[in-house]
Design a protein around this ligand. Structure first.
Ligand code: SF4
Length: 367
């Protein structure tokens, strides 16, 4: 079924015609683009914003269930602003890159305080909010408000780099600058929401990483990389430095009533604001540390569990978990109130690798 194209926000007067690339892309989008994403129906500034933040570094299929649960719990900017950070983190747990959730929460409070609870439509005002960069601001302004604003996420970069045979790698500023110029040039004056979704869809479903499916592409004959036979070489792989390894030990302290001791991490730094297993300082003796620092009397010497590895953008974290049993009803010394016993089977928001570790603990025979 052919869809009625949505009008742009330009209104009145004759808009300049779209580039041939944009025209073909919009025609392709009618039949092959994604029209049923939950943030498209209904579409609002808030819903588009949350989806754009979730989609950073994360694929659509992963985001959809998180988005639905998030909207059910925080249906408006005001609901998100009023929520406590635990509730926000609980709904982000498993999506990773938790700074996104912290920034989203802070930005919601800013929108309530400075914009009366309405997300601004202007890209510059959007960029003034925590966690919103140039591309995200453009994507929100175009999709939610029909503003003519360019967007350049990973998919759009790949498509435009190939279309114009721009050799270079993500992170190279001259390359990125040229791509922004192409993005500005091709962004049409009408149907901004459709165009923005269309270029993301083309990158995700046709012009993918590695070998693109050029035989299904609506702009094959316009594509400079395809005509030169170099489409698979663009973009060049990002130059990666070997990530340094950081090591730490964490305590899996388990009471006889099957509760685990968890520690709420400070707001800044890795897994900021999330609950996690308590870290054991490098030179500490486990039983002594439990007694003196946590006020918990261990019942066992402790058992080393399988090492947990987790990659962050700038380093690789290796965690050596040490499991100890402690007496039922054991209290804790906790001046900052950042430690608490939680049921093993119903923990609060945890980073994904720790949630996995806890799920794998034996159920009826605590270590
Ligand atoms: Fe991408 Fe191939 Fe289309 Fe060029 S022709 S934009 S490389 S899918």
């Amino acid at each position: 079924m052919t869809r009625a194209p949505r009008a742009g926000a330009g209104g009145g007067g004759q808009s300049p015609p779209p580039t041939e690339f944009a025209r073909r892309l919009l025609a392709w989008f009618e039949h092959h683009g994604r029209h049923d994403l939950p943030w498209q129906n209904p579409r609002s500034g808030y819903r588009v914003w949350v989806s754009e933040i979730m989609l950073q570094q994360t694929q659509v299929a992963t985001v959809v269930p998180y988005f639905r649960a998030f909207m059910a719990r925080f249906p408006t900017v005001a609901d998100l602003a009023a929520a406590d950070s635990d509730a926000v983190m609980q709904h982000w747990a498993g999506l990773g890159y938790y700074a996104r959730a912290r920034n989203l929460h802070a930005a919601a409070r800013q929108v309530v305080a400075e914009h009366g609870g309405e997300l601004p439509a202007d890209p510059a005002a959007l960029q003034a909010l925590p966690g919103i960069g140039r591309s995200t601001a453009g994507a929100i302004a175009a999709q939610a408000f029909g503003r003519r604003a360019a967007m350049l996420d990973g998919n759009a970069k790949r498509v435009l780099a190939r279309l114009h045979a721009e050799r270079g790698a993500p992170g190279e500023s001259a390359w990125e600058k040229r791509l922004w110029a192409h993005a500005e040039h091709h962004t049409p004056h009408d149907r901004l929401a459709d165009y923005t979704q269309a270029i993301m869809d083309l990158g995700a479903t046709v012009c993918g990483r590695g070998q693109p499916a050029c035989d299904r592409c609506p702009v094959t004959d316009l594509c400079a990389a395809r005509s030169a036979g170099i489409e698979a070489e663009i973009p060049a792989p990002r130059k990666r430095r070997k990530r340094p390894v950081r090591r730490t030990r964490m305590l899996v302290l388990r009471r006889e009533d099957d509760r685990l001791l968890l520690h709420r991490r400070p707001p800044a730094g890795i897994w900021g604001g999330l609950w996690a297993l308590p870290e054991l300082p490098e030179d500490a003796e486990p039983a002594d540390y439990c007694r003196r620092q946590l006020g918990v009397e261990p019942l066992s010497a402790g058992e080393e569990l399988t090492e947990v590895q987790h990659g962050f953008t700038h380093f690789e974290l290796r965690i050596r978990p040490l499991a100890l049993r402690v007496r039922d009803g054991a209290g804790i010394m906790d001046d900052d109130q950042q430690l608490a016993w939680h049921p093993r089977t119903r923990p609060p928001a945890l980073p994904a690798p720790l949630a996995r570790l806890i799920r794998q603990l034996p159920g009826d025979d605590p270590t």
